[in-house]
Design a protein around this ligand. Structure first.
Ligand SMILES: [Zn+2]
Ligand SMILES: [Zn+2]
Ligand SMILES: [Zn+2]
Length: 296
């Protein structure tokens, strides 16, 4: 008996070490339109940086990598993810049908990589949008991708042991609903919400959620009101300044879990020496950086 239980314990230990090799990687940090943004002649887009891509996370896994959103920058992003994973197998999870989050699927089609049955996971309206509209429905017809439906609040356990759970968020849902994702590895859980209108419009409480996860990659589109020369109520997001005012009440250990992502080209916090960014970092908050890896 003792030998058996010792063996089982040892096997369980080896198994958990194997699974804990998975990591989450930041593959992009910008709002849908990236930077330099078309026709922007301002300082924010005057000095393009290397690896400055649209908001995207990946799960590094040697059996099957996971990509969260198919952005217009999918070519370098997926290549980086597969190189770090050491595999050419991958699945894609989509948050919603705004241009920065799904149009990268075009690179899977006949004019491009012509992939074979890449699993794409999304919510019902998002799947319907892909199935009913060209050119996306051609990806289905040619079986470049296969669709997998998700349900709000229901975790999906993948072959590699990672659990992915969508959570509906309020957003401008012209073509699809919008979700964030919980990404649960064997040891750690990340929350990814690149787009949400305002925290106050969400039935969940972000202040209560951050302590329950290990990392929170959240909407940092705009730093403060007045940042772009049009009514900002047309494109609502929680300003970084508002999120900080809310989340600064958390203990430091929880504030350190927060990474702002999905920054608009105009967001001054893209610059490391911006005073508002330095003040946020002094409180423990982070701004996501391309290439950052954290354990899952
Ligand atoms: Zn977006
Ligand atoms: Zn710009
Ligand atoms: Zn959006």
């Amino acid at each position: 008996m003792r030998t058996n239980s010792t063996y089982l314990l040892f096997a369980a230990l080896l198994f958990s070490i194997g699974l804990s090799g998975q990591k989450l990687v930041v593959l992009g940090t910008l709002q849908d339109a990236g930077s330099p943004q078309l026709l922007c002649e301002k300082e924010c887009c005057a000095h393009p940086k290397p690896n400055d891509y649209v908001s995207c996370l990946g799960v590094i896994d040697s059996t099957r990598a996971l990509l969260f959103d198919a952005t217009p920058d999918i070519v370098p992003q997926l290549s980086e993810l597969l190189n770090r994973s050491g595999t050419d197998r991958f699945s894609i999870f989509l948050t919603h049908a705004h241009v920065g989050h799904y149009t990268g699927l075009m690179h899977l089609g006949r004019e491009a990589a012509n992939t074979r049955k890449v699993p794409v996971y999304a919510m019902p309206r998002m799947l319907e949008f892909l199935a009913k509209n060209g050119p996306w429905n051609q990806l289905l017809k040619l079986q470049n991708i296969v669709l997998n439906g998700l349900e709000n609040g229901v975790p999906r356990t993948l072959d590699n042991g990672v659990k992915v759970e969508p959570v509906l968020v309020p957003h401008r849902d012209e073509y699809s609903e919008t979700v964030g994702y919980y990404i649960k590895g064997p040891n750690k859980t990340a929350l990814y919400i690149p787009d949400i209108d305002k925290w106050t419009e969400w039935e969940e409480n972000i202040l209560g959620l951050v302590p329950t996860v290990d990392y929170a990659f959240i909407d940092g589109t705009f730093f403060a009101d007045g940042e772009i020369p049009r009514p900002m109520s047309e494109v609502p997001h929680p300003f970084v300044s508002e999120s900080i005012a809310l989340l600064k009440h958390l203990p430091e250990a929880d504030r350190k879990k927060v990474y702002f992502i999905h920054l608009n080209h105009s967001n001054p916090a893209r610059e490391a020496n911006f005073e508002g960014r330095k003040a946020a970092e002094a409180l423990g908050f982070h701004f996501a950086e391309f290439g950052l890896e954290v354990d899952l």
